[in-house]
Design a protein around this ligand. Sequence first.
Ligand code: URA
Length: 180
Amino acid sequence: REGDLDELRREALACVRCPLSATRTTVVFGVGDPAADLLFVGEGPGRDEDLAGEPFVGRSGKLLDRLMAEELGIDRRSCYIANVVKCRPPQNRDPRPDEMAACRGFLDRQIELIAPRVIVSLGNVATRALLATSEGIRRVRGRVYPYGSAQLVPTYHPAAALRYGGAGVAGQGVDLGRAD
Ligand code: URA
């Protein structure tokens, strides 16, 4: 399946299925172990990721790396990290429904090939896309949902913790989207 994932990556790198392809610097396909048990799904590349071609390498990524190390004792090479959209939305706006739809085949195929046991969706955009819900992360987190043969665990996006801190994410009325 590593070969299949490589082929899918090559396909993604050439993708022009949506307008984000016109403004991207790089396609941010995903990183990690193609046979990982654990898959993190974020929203989409930010500025740092667009430049580096790797997901979660900016401020959110540093926090994600730290939480993986401290809470789970793992690093990004032993899991897999991907995003709902593979190209950066300008100004880090939320990806649009048509952009997510155009890109969805890549994520679906990644999930199929990696066949993780646990999928952690980070924040509203990834959670809503994977759970096919309009509920917010605050409502759906803290529970486990079946996702094919995997278990889906929705949680806050690391950018939410950076923006609002521990009190903020537990508080009311905040937007738990993405920031760099
Ligand atoms: N935020 C995301 O959702 N994904 C990234 O890759 C980086 C920041």
